[in-house]
Write a protein that binds this ligand. Structure first.
Ligand code: UDP
Length: 490
């Protein structure tokens, strides 16, 4: 009976327009497309232009239809320090009607069926209303860990119980953030400060806090919640989450799922039209020379340093990091994207005497093919901001981490990576060159701690591969999701 109701599915994917959302959504699109779902990927006009300019941008995505909607930002908005907030508000204000119009115009063209579902990422919950208007169900790919999602869901309760916003600045440093929180179902006891950066707000209106909690809670209006994690990694928190969200699809690590999908289609002799699967979509030009540099380094000897696509370091933090890395004596590859340093600066902000000091054992790139870098045999450790994509990519590569979280769910990812999964150690919030050097030394060295982390990293790498291989939990969950998309009735 059920099978008779199945029909061609056409998913319109719309991520919040930043790398951390675009990349996992794109990977989900690749996985759906490989299983026969028609995919239309919607970028903002601004990002689409950028992607067309970078070699890695739209490479090999021939099987997709790409469409665009305006983001409504002025050039002044794009340069403003609060550009992400402006982008969020602008999309929410003006992007619904263009999305609806776009979906309606996509129907029954060139043998492609009309849009049958909308898949959005976090932070664009207004698209749930757009989906309703179009008359199709919506699914949310929330790009964090399950523990990150649950922590975000509980922000409302933390606010109502008076834990946050903080009374004044002294609460940031007086130990208050160490307050134990042991009442979140599915979570081990954690520190208040581990739950999310948003508990650190001093803003009585707590704009960011409210946006996060509202966005997370609005997922309850979607037909299903898709997470880039796997069952064995976060079993307790997933079990607790399913009491609130009955339809949770755990299909990660996405990068591993793509690799598994490409290798099984090539083994079966089937052809996947959408490229190599490896790598994400690049808003910055990838520096191919860094991989050539890695090729010349001994196995396991290189620390990869990257803080993702959004983090901004003060000059002081940059200097402590740089001199800590110099003092550690290890080889390192550092991705310093334009805008990583306050004042819209990049690698040009690195001190010249530092570059002279580390010459021969350091490579500075603007942007790397991170998945390939992490999986390169020369890479033995990752100094990361604990963004969830980076964390899952590192887990899949079996590379232990030194974590320096600073925003949103990065704190809880770091907490789990250090204490639940045993694959990481944590740097103090206030960076010092001495601590950077000491922790990097521990991570890249040969002591008991490093050996333990490597053992755990190898274990989780295997678990990630097993989850995404045919018959694994993520593989099966993806099949269920595809079935659900096909069955979904407007
Ligand atoms: N990334 C990359 N090259 C770089 C730095 C980062 O490809 O030089 C990618 C990385 O592989 C990951 C994404 O950018 O997929 C960053 O996402 P994450 O969730 O870790 O952090 P965010 O950017 O959201 O803070």
């Amino acid at each position: 009976m059920e099978r008779a109701r199945r029909r061609a599915a056409h998913a319109m994917l719309f991520p919040f327009p930043c790398s951390g959302h675009i990349n996992p959504t794109l990977k989900l699109g690749e996985l759906l497309h490989a299983r026969g779902v028609h995919v239309t990927f919607v970028n903002t006009e601004h990002n689409h232009e950028r992607l067309l300019r970078t070699a890695g941008g739209l490479r090999g995505r021939a099987g997709f239809r790409f469409e665009t909607v305006p983001d409504g930002l002025s050039e002044e908005d794009r340069r403003a320090p609060d550009r992400t907030v402006r982008l969020y508000l602008s999309l929410r204000r003006s992007c619904g009607p263009p999305l609806v119009a776009l979906a309606r115009g996509l129907g029954d063209r060139d043998g492609v069926p009309p849009v049958t579902c909308v898949v959005l990422s976090g932070l664009v919950s207004f698209a749930l209303d757009a989906a309703k208007e179009i008359g199709v169900p919506a699914f949310v790919l929330w790009g964090t860990s399950a523990c990150g999602f649950v922590g975000t869901l509980r922000l409302r309760e933390l606010r109502q119980r008076g834990y946050t916003p903080l009374k004044d600045e002294s609460y940031l440093t007086n130990g208050y953030l160490d307050t134990p929180i042991d009442w979140i179902p599915g979570m081990p006891p954690v520190r208040l400060g581990d739950i999310s950066s948003f508990v650190r707000t001093l803003d009585p209106q707590c704009f960011a806090l409210r946006v996060e909690e509202e966005e997370a809670n609005s997922c309850a209006r979607a037909q299903g919640l898709i997470l880039n994690t796997f069952e064995d990694l976060e079993p307790d928190v997933l079990a607790a989450l399913r009491h609130e969200f009955p339809r949770v699809y755990t299909i990660g690590p996405l990068a591993a799922a793509i690799a598994s999908s490409s290798s099984s289609s090539s083994q079966q002799g089937t052809h996947s039209s959408h490229g190599n699967g490896a790598g994400g979509l690049s808003l910055w030009e990838e520096d191919a020379a860094c991989v050539a540099w890695l090729d010349a380094q001994p196995p396991g000897s290189v620390l990869y340093v990257s803080f993702g696509s959004l983090a901004v370091l003060s000059l002081d933090q940059l200097s402590e990091l740089a001199w800590g890395l110099a003092a550690s004596r290890v080889r390192f590859l550092w991705a310093v994207r334009p805008g990583l340093v306050a004042g819209d600066r990049g690698a040009e902000a690195l001190p010249a005497d530092f570059l002279a000091e580390v010459e021969g054992r350091c490579f500075v790139a603007e942007w790397c093919a991170q998945e390939a870098v992490l999986r390169h045999p020369a890479v033995g450790g990752f100094l990361t901001h604990s963004g969830w994509n980076s964390t899952t990519e590192s887990i899949w590569a079996g590379v232990p981490m030194a974590c320096w979280p600073g925003f949103a769910d990065q704190y809880i990812n770091c907490r789990y990576a250090c204490e639940e999964w045993g694959v990481a150690l944590r740097l103090d919030e206030r960076l010092s060159r001495e601590q950077v050097a000491a922790h990097v030394g521990t991570l890249m060295g040969d002591g008991d701690k490093a050996r333990d982390m490597r053992r755990c990293a190898a274990k989780w790498k295997k678990a990630a591969e097993a989850a995404t291989a045919p018959g694994g939990s993520s593989y099966e969950s993806l099949l269920q999701l595809v079935d659900e998309l096909r069955l979904a009735e407007p």
